[in-house]
Design a protein around this ligand. Structure first.
Ligand code: BDR
Ligand code: CA
Length: 306
């Protein structure tokens, strides 16, 4: 499976790239970066380090510096000041391409229509910008898997909203409404249920790089959740792209709350108990195509793979 990764590395983004490197059926063809966990310049430097370290011979394109409609906000408290838990180290020799991440996504999708899959594990600004360049993008990509949202569980960055959608709600709403034929959303409903316990981390070889970059993230999660370990949000999205049967889904029409005193950035769907043919029409995004939202996961199978 040929995959374009759009990411904000970011510790769990880094682990997702490690995961993809180890999966024979995954072929990463390009990486785009976006603001989110850290400023995009930092995310880009990390993406370059990671592709170099992992031996991916692929272009890295720097993406959006800021969300579509709100000020930039980052999350160094979760990922460390350098976005890799304080162990980013030397800059890579490799440099980013001239193109933006949105331009790269559009160009690759046009060159290989129907052949490429998109794994978007940061805020969706680049994908929204790509849709502005190429409104046909939904017909040019094969599968799209997005990490974001909290449908029937609490948020993580606010009480209601998940971080990737909250970092750019307008972009997330555009992408959910863009008409991608095969769109899967992997939110906190399944990522929080896939918590990797302290023993998982302890089982990694002492000096391996993931063990070092995961330390900061695990300390954050221990203070957040009160138990040792961490939440592998982005690796789970990568795994679900490769093996959709790791999860079960509800299929519905989704939107992202753009107002809301408490709910800005929250993913929403009309989940009322409406009888088939009911005269009460759906009031959330009835005009949109449907997406699959993951609601249950085989955590043991996933953690074993990871
Ligand atoms: C998402 O936000 C970031 O902290 C992670 O990298 C992940 O993509 C989880 O809410
Ligand atoms: Ca991420």
């Amino acid at each position: 499976m040929r995959i374009i990764v759009d990411a904000d590395p970011g510790i769990d983004d880094a682990l997702a790239l490690y995961y993809l490197r180890a999966q024979a059926k995954a072929e990463v063809v390009a990486v785009g970066t976006v603001h989110g966990n850290v400023p995009v310049e930092v995310a880009t430097a990390n993406a370059l380090r990671l592709v170099e370290r992992l031996g991916f011979d692929v272009p890295v394109a720097m993406g959006a510096k800021r969300p579509l409609a709100q000020a930039l906000q980052t999350a160094e408290d979760v990922h460390g000041p350098d976005g890799l838990g304080g162990v980013a180290g030397e800059a890579a020799a490799k440099v980013a391409t001239e193109k933006s991440a949105a331009e790269q996504l559009v160009q690759l999708a046009r060159e290989q229509p129907g052949e490429l899959n998109l794994l978007a594990i940061g805020p969706l600004t680049n994908v929204a910008l790509a849709l502005q360049i190429e409104p046909e993008l939904p017909n040019l990509l094969d599968k799209v898997v997005v990490m974001g949202g909290a449908l029937n569980v609490p948020g993580n960055i606010t009480s209601q909203a998940e971080a990737n959608f909250w970092h750019d709600p307008e972009a997330a709403d555009l992408v959910l409404g863009a008409g991608f034929a095969d769109l899967t959303v992997v939110g906190l409903d399944v990522t929080m249920a896939s918590h990797a316990p302290g023993e998982w981390l302890e089982a990694l070889p002492q000096d391996c790089y993931p063990r070092r970059f995961l330390r900061f993230y695990a300390d954050f999660y221990e203070s957040f959740l009160g138990k040792a370990g961490f939440v592998p949000h982005d690796p789970l999205a990568a795994a679900i792209l490769l093996e959709p049967d790791l999860a079960t889904y509800v299929e519905d029409r989704f939107a992202v709350e753009l107002g809301g005193r408490y709910t800005r950035g929250k993913v929403v769907a009309d989940q009322r108990f409406l009888a088939p043919g009911s005269p009460f029409g759906r009031d959330i995004a009835p005009e949109r195509t449907t997406a699959k939202y993951a609601v249950d996961v085989d955590k043991d199978r996933f953690l074993e793979q990871l």
